[in-house]
Each structure stands twice: as structure tokens, then as C-alpha cells.
Ligand binder design. Structure first.
Ligand code: DQA
Length: 146
């Protein structure tokens, strides 16, 4: 099995970016935790962060036939990228949408996710554990993996 972990704009700044909202872990810290758990379950895991919408669209397209699941934090694109939504709908690879913060208790413009209608599920507000919970769900759905 193979998992793709995609992170969108400004998530490369995790650790120093508004730590009261996003926590003090870096993206490398989060990815390390994911890698450790994926390896334990016998799953391949790949990571990509980009600040560019088209790069994320390309990565979602490339996942067709190569990845079993995508864990996606589309960051600000969550709220307005129809291109990312359409890519998810087009490829049919199941996506779990994750957010560090609880987008539903923040500014009104963060309450809407244009990708939510085309993903398997959404996990928000648990910090790095949002990603870990997504991976746990995938491992379960893959029969415990290995
Ligand atoms: C985020 C929430 C988004 O509203 C924001 O634009 C981000 C990060 C989160 O993980 O909490 O960049 O996706």
C-alpha cells in the first residue's frame, strides 16, 4: 500500500507560523511521526508540500493508479480552490482532508471547505493528531496493513 501526504501553502512555515493556532511542531516533525507509523504498518508513504495550486493539482493527478490514499491539508486552498476539488473528483483516489486548527470555530471564510464534498472525511482541530488520525483510519481500511 502507498499513502501520499500533501500539504499546501504556508505549511512549510509550521513551527514558527502562528504557533498559538498551528502548534510548535514543524512539518518535518509531523512527517517523521507519520513515516514512523506508516513503516510500522508496512505502508509506503510519500510527502509533498507546495505553495502552488498547480503543483498540488499535478500531484493529485499523478496519484491515480500510484497511491491508495491521500492525506491532504490544502491549507488556504481548502476554502476556494475549485481546481483542487475537481482534481480530487477526477482521479477517484480516496482523500482524507486534515486541518491542524478547527476551521469551524475560526473566521467565517474558513468555515467553508470546497473540497469537503468530494473527500472521504475531514479531520480538523487536533493539531498533528489530525494527520495521525487520518493515517490510523487508512491503516484500518487497509485491513491493518503489512
Ligand atoms: C489550515 C487552516 C486553513 O484555514 C489555513 O489557511 C491554513 C491551515 C489548518 O491546517 O488548520 O493554512 O488548513
Amino acid at each position: 500500500g502507498k499513502i501520499l501526504v500533501l500539504n499546501g501553502p504556508n505549511l512549510n512555515l509550521l513551527g514558527t507560523r502562528e504557533p498559538e493556532i498551528y502548534g510548535s511542531l514543524t512539518l518535518a516533525d509531523i512527517n517523521e511521526r507519520l513515516r514512523c507509523r506508516a513503516e510500522e504498518a508496512g505502508l509506503d508513504i510519500e510527502f509533498l508540500q507546495s505553495n502552488h495550486e498547480g503543483v498540488l493539482v499535478d500531484a493529485i493527478q499523478a496519484a491515480r493508479g500510484t497511491a491508495d490514499y491521500i492525506i491532504l491539508n490544502a491549507a488556504a486552498f481548502t476554502h476556494y480552490s475549485i481546481a483542487i476539488r475537481d482534481a480530487i473528483a477526477a482521479v477517484g483516489v480516496p482523500v482524507i482532508e486534515v486541518h491542524l486548527s478547527n476551521i469551524h470555530q475560526r473566521e467565517a471564510f474558513r468555515h467553508t471547505s470546497v473540497i469537503a464534498p468530494v473527500v472521504l472525511g475531514q479531520i480538523a482541530g487536533l493539531g498533528a493528531e489530525s494527520y495521525m488520525a487520518a493515517l490510523e483510519a487508512i491503516i484500518c481500511r487497509m485491513g491493518g496493513a503489512k
